[in-house]
Ligand binder design. Structure first.
Ligand code: FAD
Length: 542
């Protein structure tokens, strides 16, 4: 298989045009092209009057070597890399002690799936409920203002990304094509096959729910076991004669002890009680940078028009997204985060008395509003003194938001015009906010540190110069956006184990090793490989 890159065609090209473009590019007679498959399709909308599609195509020809020789020096033709996933180990027999995976978010799911596929029969624990029951509890907050601290947008089967836009792009370095493995398994579990080739794939929340159920069936069919409502509340660490700290087991809420010598910790960025427990047990934890800010909503039609001009609404383009960055005069970077075209802003709190925003959408992305976090980078210098100080910082601003929203889990909100003018909103305008259970017009400057407010006030007009109307008076801001990534890192070594606790594998977003669904899934694959190799080598694992 050979790969041809950068084939440009007009947006509305006919079916046969791609084959013709391959033949023309390679100066190839028609009968020499046996077949082709689109590896990647992206669009270039820099000129809205002439939007083009850019293809990367894998081709089959009768004589690859001859074609490569003929086109020596053509940097847009090369052998296609082999992206087939190959397992690194296989359990010769069921392990005496099962590997334990804590968390069923994308990281824990893929760690569990890979371990199951390699024959290690993992035990997978989650503090929350199975996804259907969890969905009801999550709606409980959105519809009735009732928060279940163990079953919500952050906790339960599928993890934080289940009620999301399901965007699947990532910029991680992935030399072993683990991302391809994750996407392939997602498609087997029911994701739309196009996620394998479109440049900005997304799944939408509705399908994600059925996909995580399907992945559970697969894992259980391979001998893995799931246990929901099984919060890991403590971890048993012993010191060996050689002075090494080693995991011996985990303790569930309720007191049940589970012996384990390989524990994957994929608890996500909101498991604050678990982070505190790990720190108290001496596991190396350090503060790391993250971002805080607000969520903004505009009419999706405004974004579509600006990005796609007359092509707005074209079926291959879908609802338009954006990515914006501004470097503010006070030294802070402001950027758009987790942009959800045609989606809704969601209540994403997991602790009582706190308000957190995030965004989600359905596959169709056909809701009226576009939303995105507009967030400001912060670092441990802003919350100095303790490895867990970032959590206290998040809680402080989430409590402010709860109070400013009226103490009912309504989000505090403000018109952009009022926010920029420094006056509280008393009513909202033409853009109707989508956050449920509701939005309370107020002054959002009480919900963020002054430097973040100043940086966002400077960024919005700058963004308006890129997307005309971005700073429109009636665009709505809600807050606060605090769960952009983990406030801590649980440092691990090259064997993927905690730097001071053997057998503990910190993984995914919560441990500071992923940001988003795809990278969390990829980290799950990598950690599963490390666990499998260790279990194959270790006598107790085999
Ligand atoms: P998580 O998904 O957070 O999973 C952690 C799991 O661990 C949870 O199920 C939790 O219940 C469980 N757990 C925690 N503590 C314990 C314990 N002590 N014992 C047992 N179980 C425990 N990313 C994207 O790439 N694209 C998007 O479109 C997108 N949209 C998002 C929308 C929303 C509303 C949210 C909240 C997030 C979104 N994200 C998105 C981010 C993405 O969801 C996360 O990056 C990803 O889920 C992280 O995966 P993870 O497996 O590391 O952790």
């Amino acid at each position: 298989m050979l790969r041809v890159t950068e084939l440009r065609l007009p947006l509305d090209h006919a079916d046969g045009d791609l084959r013709a473009a391959v033949l023309a590019r390679l100066d190839l007679p028609d009968d020499e092209l046996i077949g082709y498959a689109v590896f990647r399709r992206a669009y270039d909308a820099r000129r809205t009057s002439a939007i083009t599609l850019t293809y990367t195509v894998d081709i089959e020809v009768a004589d690859e070597a001859a074609l490569l020789a003929r086109r020596a020096g053509d940097r847009k033709l090369s052998p296609a890399p082999d992206t087939t996933y190959r397992f690194v180990a296989r359990a010769a027999r069921p392990p005496r002690l099962r590997p334990v995976v804590i968390g069923t978010g994308p990281c824990g799911l893929f760690a569990g799936l890979l371990l199951a596929q390699m024959g290690f029969r993992p035990l997978i624990l989650d503090r929350g409920k199975a996804v259907r029951e969890r969905t009801k509890d999550t709606w409980g907050l959105w519809r009735r203002s009732v928060l279940d601290p163990e079953s919500n947008v952050q906790f339960g089967e599928g993890g934080a990304g289940t009620f999301s836009d399901g965007k699947l792009h990532s910029q991680i370095s992935d030399p072993r094509h683990h991302g391809r493995k994750v996407l392939t398994e997602f498609v087997k579990a029911g994701a739309p096959p196009e996620i394998l080739y479109v440049s900005k794939p997304h799944i939408g929340t509705f399908r994600l729910v059925t996909m995580v159920e399907q992945l559970r069936d697969t894992i259980e069919g391979l001998g893995g076991e799931y246990r929901f409502q099984s919060k890991v509340e403590d971890i048993d660490i012993a010191e060996t004669q050689a002075g090494e700290r080693r995991v011996r087991g985990v303790v569930l809420a309720g007191g049940e002890y589970i012996a384990a010598d390989h524990v994957v910790l994929a608890v996500g960025h909101s498991a604050r009680d678990t982070f505190a427990m790990l720190h108290a047990r001496g596991v190396h934890v350090e503060a790391k940078p993250f971002s805080i800010g607000l969520r903004i909503e505009h009419p999706q039609s405004l974004i579509d028009r600006c990005r796609f001009g007359d092509h707005a609404g074209h079926k291959l383009l879908g609802a338009a997204d954006y990515k914006l960055v501004h470097h503010a005069a006070n030294g802070r970077a402001v950027y758009s985060f987790c942009m959800c075209p045609g989606g809704t802003v969601v209540a994403a709190a997991s602790e009582p008395g706190r308000v957190v925003t995030n965004g989600m959408s359905q596959y169709s992305r056909n809701e009226r509003n576009a939303n995105a976090g507009i967030v400001v980078g912060i670092s441990p210098a802003d919350y100095p003194g303790h490895p867990l100080a970032g959590i206290a910082f998040q809680r402080h601003w989430e409590e402010r938001a709860f109070a400013a929203g009226g103490g009912t889990y309504a989000a505090p909100g403000q018109r952009v015009g009022d926010f920029l003018a420094g006056r509280p909103s008393v009513a909202l305008g033409a853009v109707v906010p989508s956050y449920r259970p509701g939005v309370h017009p107020t002054d959002l400057s009480t919900c963020l540190p002054d430097y973040a407010v100043a940086a966002i006030r400077e960024a919005l007009p700058a963004f308006d110069r890129q997307i005309k109307g971005f700073a429109m008076d009636d665009a709505v801001l809600t807050g606060v956006e605090t769960r952009t990534s983990s406030p801590i890192r649980i440092r691990r070594d090259e064997a993927f184990q905690s730097v001071n606790t053997r057998g503990l594998y910190p993984a995914g977003e919560g441990a500071g090793y992923a940001g988003g669904i795809l990278s969390a899934g990829v980290d799950g694959v990598r950690v599963a490989e490390a666990v499998a190799l260790s279990m194959v080598e270790a006598p107790q694992g085999g």
